[in-house]
Design a protein around this ligand. Structure first.
Ligand SMILES: [Zn+2]
Length: 287
C-alpha cells in the first residue's frame, strides 16, 4: 500500500505541469512595461540591459521597437546567462499628430548641457524603491496630446514620437509629484523650458516640462502630491500645458498606464489602429 502511494506521488510529480511562470509567453506592447517575478539580477533585450530589483523584472518596450519576437536573456549578478526566453513586442498602433509651432520656437536649439543632463537623469538607477502605484495625475486637466504619437511640426515629419503626455491646464496651475522620489533636476532650458526631474528609485524617473515657475530644489525628498512647479509655456511649447514623461530604465513609457489620465474629448486621436494598407494621415493640432 505504501509502495503504491509512493508510486502515485512520484507519478503526480512527473506529470505535474511546469510552473506557470516558465510557460507563460512574455509579451509587451510598444511603450508599455512587462513585469514578471524572477531571481535574476539583470535582463537583456537587444543591447539593452535592465537591472532587476526585489525579484520583479520591469522590461520596457520603446515606441520605436519593431514588433516581433526577441530573445530575452535573464542574467546572474556576474553576467552569466541563466535562462533565455522569447519576448514578443506588439504593435501599439500609435497615430500621427501635427503640432503648430512658431518659427522662433522651431528654431530653438538646446541649451549647453541640456541634452546631456536630461539624458543622465533618465538613466538614474537608484536601488531604493520610493514609488508606489497608482501614480497621481500631475495636474487635473485632460490630455490633449497622448503618448506615442508620431510628431509632425507644422505639417513636416520630425522623425520623433511624443515621449510623454501633454496635459491641458491654465497657466499657473500647480504641478504635483506623481509619486514619491528625490528631485534630481531643476533647470531652465531652451527646449524643456523650466523643468523638474524626479528620481522615484529602481530605474523610474519622471520629468515635468514647460513650467512657468519651478517650486522644488535639487535634493528635495518629495511625497506624492507635493508641488513641483506651475503650468506654463516655457521652452518648445505653443501654449500653457504640462508635458510629463515617465521613464523606466531610460525608456519612455506611456504615463497613462501608470496614472489616471483622461483624454480631452475634442482633440484626442482615435485609439483604434488604422487599417494596415491606409496608414493614418490625419493630423491634429496640439495646444
Ligand atoms: Zn509634450
Amino acid at each position: 500500500m505504501r509502495a503504491l502511494l509512493c508510486l502515485i506521488l512520484l507519478l503526480t510529480l512527473f506529470l505535474a505541469p511546469l510552473p506557470a511562470a516558465a510557460q507563460s509567453p512574455l509579451a509587451v506592447k510598444q511603450g508599455e512595461v512587462l513585469r514578471f517575478a524572477t531571481h535574476a539580477a539583470f535582463a537583456r533585450v537587444h543591447d539593452r540591459k535592465f537591472p532587476i530589483y526585489d525579484g520583479t523584472a520591469l522590461i520596457p518596450a520603446a515606441v520605436i521597437d519593431k514588433p516581433g519576437d526577441y530573445p530575452l536573456e535573464l542574467l546572474s549578478a556576474d553576467g552569466k546567462t541563466l535562462e533565455t526566453r522569447t519576448l514578443t513586442i506588439l504593435d501599439a498602433h500609435y497615430l500621427t499628430q501635427n503640432v503648430a509651432l512658431s518659427k522662433e520656437v522651431v528654431e530653438l536649439k538646446p541649451s549647453p548641457g541640456e541634452t546631456e543632463t536630461v539624458n543622465a537623469l533618465k538613466h538614474l538607477e537608484s536601488p531604493a524603491k520610493l514609488w508606489a502605484e497608482p501614480f497621481l495625475a500631475p495636474v487635473p486637466g485632460c490630455m490633449n496630446s497622448p503618448f506615442g504619437v508620431q510628431r509632425y511640426q507644422n505639417g513636416k515629419p520630425t522623425g520623433n514620437y511624443h515621449a510623454g503626455v501633454d496635459q491641458r491646464g491654465p497657466a499657473g496651475k500647480p504641478i504635483v509629484a506623481t509619486a514619491a522620489g528625490t528631485v534630481r533636476m531643476v533647470r531652465s532650458y531652451n527646449i524643456h523650458g523650466n523643468v523638474v526631474g524626479v528620481d522615484h528609485g529602481q530605474g523610474i524617473v519622471s520629468i515635468y516640462l514647460h513650467m512657468s515657475k519651478t517650486a522644488a530644489h535639487e535634493g528635495d525628498a518629495v511625497k506624492p502630491g507635493d508641488v513641483l512647479g506651475y503650468v506654463g509655456a516655457t521652452g518648445r511649447a505653443n501654449g500653457p500645458h504640462l508635458h510629463w514623461s515617465l521613464y523606466v530604465h531610460a525608456v519612455a513609457v506611456n504615463p497613462s498606464k501608470w496614472a489616471p489620465l483622461t483624454a480631452c474629448a475634442a482633440t484626442a486621436p482615435a485609439r483604434k489602429a488604422p487599417p494596415k494598407k491606409a496608414p493614418a494621415k490625419k493630423t491634429r493640432r496640439a495646444q
